[in-house]
Design a protein around this ligand. Sequence first.
Ligand SMILES: C[S@@+](CC[C@H](N)C(=O)[O-])C[C@H]1O[C@@H](n2cnc3c(N)ncnc32)[C@H](O)[C@@H]1O
Length: 235
Amino acid sequence: MTETLNVKPEFKKKSIRSYVIRGGRITVGQKNAFDSYWGQYGVSLFDGLLDTETAFARPAPVVLEIGFGMGDSLFAMAESEADKNFIGIEVHPPGVGCLINNAGKAGLTNLKVYMADAIDVLDDCIADGSLDRFQLYFPDPWHKKKHNKRRIVQPAFVEKIKTKLKVGGLIHMATDWNPYAEHMMEVLTLVEGIKNLAGDYQYSPRPDFRPVTKFEKRGERLGHGVWDLMFEKTA
Ligand SMILES: C[S@@+](CC[C@H](N)C(=O)[O-])C[C@H]1O[C@@H](n2cnc3c(N)ncnc32)[C@H](O)[C@@H]1O
């Protein structure tokens, strides 16, 4: 059963967005998840800079993922890498509901979630030099040429991510749309201070820590390839 619920993502006004705000339909289970677990896992964009040691009540390496969709793969990673603190950012309320429901039922304590535009969260909430790993899996490809400008991966975006990473931190992206993979490769390669771990213009094999995502499974059924890109911050 679904109902319309007043659960809305947080974002600031901007001319170009990398997503479309979808309808507010949410299942009863997801609504219950917000009632039960948002207090434990949710963080507001408007709370300002996040002190991760306080938020997670421990110092630990921090992994940040943008656009986790329904959150299946982020949940699996947070569960299997219990030594790390995970921050997920997603604008789609049903996906947020699904993730916090799974996390709450499993009793995860190493996850925080923003239901907000990731650009705003990066600007206002994430401290410079604080992240150990950044992940972006199967971002909306914006296939049409006139929509390419809505792709989240742009030079200014990668510079922003680099600023938020520690030296030695990892940028990990994956896509099943070859023109977007080439675009990611071009943009990442041109940013100074990050190095392609597979060698110049080479794609990486999927690392063991990345489970196959829901979106990726759909792509596999459609016969799509998958390209992983892994870069390390060197300076
Ligand atoms: C194609 S889906 C992929 C979902 C998931 N990573 C997977 O592989 O199954 C891309 C997701 O990114 C989210 N998204 C796009 N731009 C975003 C932004 N600026 N901030 C937060 N989420 C964003 C969308 O809402 C969507 O759920």
